[in-house]
Design a protein around this ligand. Structure first.
Ligand code: PLP
Length: 391
């Protein structure tokens, strides 16, 4: 069975070019990048070339890039760096829709001496900027706001927020794990202090990420150990994966135009096709301020899991923001923060495309999903009552 992979916000396929770049460093060139001998030096040079490529994608300086093990580590490093270097400040601001990498860390800090402000979003997933600006204080150690939301795809106005925060001298971090490689990200233009990215969202392997730290930002390492990464992250570098990340960033730069045009057109075809064909289907997220590859649609009165299972039988891979995917009975915190009604949140499905998707695949989903929804609705007691059917 052919797999139709539309779950690229969860993880991506390793690009063949990335694998090719990595292979020599998994086989022949296994030296330690920090070694004095030239065998290790070869690896060290390639590591720095990768640093230049990662920096180039986001318009940073190579020295401002720290390699990490994943987006989660980059996020943790950023928040810890901000609070450890300003121990007198005890207030953190973030949003209600962050990925657990930030959400759970900040919740933990909230139980351990920090005051936390959670900025709300409206029903289209758009951030309440007045609330954010109204809660800034001299005690604010860090503001952490994702660049784009992983579930709804909604993009936040990071440039505008950065301008306000910089003027107030408040440390600003953005989790840009979903934005990098899908929309232009320029750290010089934005001026924010720290930014997280992750390899496996942009066709590099899992287990590698990077943190951008603007020159001059006070920093203290999270992983305390060896002198790697100029004493900013202890631990022998995952060289092959870092080299893969470098190549993936190069490719992402080349493919950006295709993502904002061809992939966006595919996403729109998928979204419009489903919204037109299926009654009681609702788009979650502001239509015109979203990642070009993401659509999150609620099919009212049925369960997202059931939809995923039936799509799975046809080889279609997507995600759901409803119950058991997260191991809980609650719909996702993102959909709840957006105020998506219970009956719709439970039936949400996120499709996230990549440059590997084709029009044929989109047509297949638009053709085959509506009958699945109909079948499930015919089994649903809520739908059968008839009260909810659109006339
Ligand atoms: N932040 C966002 C917005 C994400 O979507 C993810 C992964 O889904 C992460 C952070 C965590 O990244 P990683 O899986 O590399 O730890």
């Amino acid at each position: 069975m052919n797999i139709i992979y539309m779950d690229n916000n969860a993880t991506t396929k390793i690009a063949p070019e990335v694998l090719e770049a990595m292979m020599p460093y998994l086989t022949d060139y296994y030296g330690n990048a920090s070694s004095m001998h030239s065998f290790g030096g070869v690896v060290g040079r390639e590591l720095n070339a990768a640093r230049e490529k990662v920096a180039a994608l986001i318009n940073a300086e190579p020295g401002e890039i720290i390699f990490t093990s994943c987006g989660t580590e980059s996020d943790s490093t950023a928040i810890h760096a901000a609070i450890r270097s300003q121990p007198e400040k005890k207030h953190i601001i973030t949003t209600r829709v962050e990925h657990p990498a930030i959400k759970n860390l900040v919740e933990y800090l909230g139980k351990n001496g920090y005051r936390v402000t959670w900025v709300p979003v409206d029903k289209t997933g758009v951030l309440d900027l007045d609330y954010l600006y109204g809660h800034l204080s001299d005690d604010t150690a860090v503001v952490s706001i994702m660049w784009a939301n992983n579930e709804s795809g909604v993009i936040f106005p990071i440039d505008d927020i950065a301008e306000t925060l910089l003027a107030r001298g408040i440390v600003f971090h953005s989790d840009a794990v979903q934005a990098v490689g899908k929309i232009p990200v320029d750290v010089k233009k934005t001026g924010l202090n720290m930014l997280s990215l992750s390899g496996h969202k942009i066709h590099a392997p899992k287990g590698v990420g990077a943190l951008y730290v603007k020159k001059g930002t006070r920093f203290s390492p999270f992983m305390i150990g060896g002198h790697q990464e100029r004493n900013r992250r202890g631990g022998t570098e995952n060289t092959a994966s870092i080299i893969g990340l470098g190549r993936a960033c190069e490719l992402a730069g080349t493919h950006l135009a295709e993502i904002v045009t061809r992939v966006r057109a595919l996403r729109d075809r998928l979204e419009n096709g489903l919204l037109e064909k299926v009654p009681n289907a609702l788009l979650n997220g502001k239509k015109d301020a979203r990642l070009p590859n993401t659509t999150n649609i609620s099919f009212e009165y049925i369960e997202g899991e059931a939809i995923l299972l039936m799509m799975d039988q046809l080889g279609i891979c997507a995600s759901s923001g409803s119950a058991c995917t997260s191991g809980s009975l609650e719909p996702s915190h993102v959909l709840r923060a957006m105020g998506v009604p219970f009956t719709a949140a439970h039936g949400s499905v996120r499709f996230s495309l990549s440059t590997y998707n084709t029009e044929k695949e989109v047509n297949f989903v638009v053709e085959n999903l509506p009958p699945i929804i109909e079948r499930l609705r015919n089994m649903s007691p809520f739908w059968k009552e008839g009260a909810c059917k659109v006339q």
